[in-house]
Design a protein around this ligand. Structure first.
Ligand code: ZN
Length: 436
């Protein structure tokens, strides 16, 4: 497809070995594995019905269990939560925000500290974005050229150019376990030649990122599969990026308002093509039903601002769907957000108490954020344990029934279609018994 030679990231896939898994006290056979200089990925269980799997993702700072959800932080901390709380909440990998970190504390201070891990006192996994996405949302996009993305500051009109090389320089200073390539992002609603141009440019920028990456033995660079909603373009991008032999891959350009039936088909195409023994990260996914469906399709990693952003509006996540605590009926509800949640918030606060704090005190947002992150982490643990015990289809059926039908909402058609594609039929509402 491309005339120039293909730069290949160092490291080759290795044959399976049999390490001792912390999951069980006896050795578990590794079903597939890959090894890169700064990452080892081991698939330790597969669902016998769907494409779901459980893996150990060995990163320089931490060994994470997948499928996993990664909360999004801003300026080195999750909004309102401390690193101690994130550890207590069982977060394995969190996201740092390259644009914000590049401004403050900035590369010089980060280099002095030896990276963000030390700076923010976080000893587990970190992932950073390329910086491009935040710049699109915060600055005025001036122009995308082959050189990079040019932005205009909304206040003084000054120009700033983010190139693949600049993105790698910033991310190498931050020192995250996983870094994302700078990609040429188009909205998932864009159609026509611009989608193809962005896909090819993302491949060229990936090659520049690989070349500019100063620490391949300490940090992993993930390509981002682009190609919009066009299956042919997605396949071409997959083929080109897989040839670069990256330690893991991200599926990008989704969750931008496209039809969910198109969303899951692109995810499924990507998981069909991506190498089995490497981690697959679906960017911007964080709704509970999306996490369950995408895990069934074989995705390993997710991130989303949703759980903490929605907490700011007094919205708490539960297994029976969300509840908005500012509504009057919760002012006399003396139960916790969820009876069987053992997070700090549910152990110490009633819905009634939280309802008085919502929208008035930052502590209200903080307490609901704690619960919402705990909810996401528990959901991912439930997904993993059900795959380990090969009862994932039953877990999905009871999860969806409780989340939708028991809550008076019919199953969304895209959820039914996506799960059918991996041999799960949802329980008919009238004769399904609720299970846990
Ligand atoms: Zn809770």
């Amino acid at each position: 497809m491309l005339a120039q030679p293909v730069p290949v990231q160092r490291g080759e896939s290795t044959q399976a070995e049999v390490p001792v898994s912390p999951y069980r006290s006896h050795p578990l056979p590794v079903m597939a594995s890959s090894e890169s200089p700064a990452l080892r990925f081991e698939v330790i269980a597969r669902c016998s019905t769907t494409k779901a799997r459980v893996s150990k993702l060995h990163l320089p700072h931490y060994t994470a269990d997948t499928p996993m959800f990664m909360p999004v932080g801003t300026q080195g901390t999750i909004k309102g939560l401390t690193t101690d709380q994130l550890r207590d909440l069982d977060c394995h990998v969190i996201l740092g925000n390259t644009y914000h970190l590049g401004n403050r504390p900035g590369p010089e201070i980060l280099d002095q500290f030896g990276g963000l891990h030390q700076f923010m006192n976080w000893d587990r996994g970190l992932l950073t974005d390329s910086g491009g996405f935040q710049m699109v949302s915060l600055l005025k996009l001036a122009e995308i050229t082959e050189e990079g993305v040019q932005f205009e500051h909304p206040h003084d009109g000054s120009l700033m150019m983010l190139t693949p090389e600049k993105s790698m320089e910033l991310q190498n200073s931050i020192g995250a376990d996983i870094m994302m390539q700078l990609d040429d992002v188009v909205s998932s609603l864009t159609t026509g030649p611009r989608v193809e141009e962005a896909m090819h440019r993302s491949i060229r920028w990936l090659d520049r990122c690989i070349k500019a990456h100063r620490k391949p033995h300490q940090q992993n660079l993930f390509p981002i599969i682009q190609g919009g909603l066009d299956l042919t373009l997605r396949k071409a991008c997959l083929e080109a990026m897989i040839a670069r032999n990256a330690p893991g891959y991200a599926i990008g350009g989704l969750s931008g308002g496209e039809e969910k039936d198109q969303f899951w088909r692109i995810v499924s195409l990507c998981t069909d093509y991506l190498p089995e023994p490497k981690p697959r990260y679906c960017m911007g996914v964080g709704y509970a039903e999306d996490l369950v469906v995408c895990s069934a399709l074989g995705v390993d990693m997710y991130d989303c601002v949703y759980p903490t952003r929605t907490a700011r509006f007094g919205h708490a996540l539960t297994r029976s769907g969300g509840i908005t605590l500012k509504y009057g009926r919760y002012h006399t509800d003396y139960s916790p957000i969820e009876d069987d949640c053992n997070c700090h918030t549910c152990r110490n606060y009633t819905r009634a108490h939280l309802a008085t704090l919502v929208n008035k005190e930052t502590v209200g947002c903080h307490l609901i954020s704690i619960h919402n992150i705990a909810y996401q982490m528990r959901l991912m643990r439930d997904i993993r344990s059900s795959i380990m015990e090969d009862r994932f289809p039953q877990f999905v059926q009871s999860f969806m029934k409780r989340y939708f039908v028991d809550n008076g909402t019919p199953y969304p058609e895209w959820v039914v279609n996506a799960l059918n594609s991996v041999n799960i039929s949802l329980l008919p509402p009238e004769n399904a018994a609720s299970q846990t």
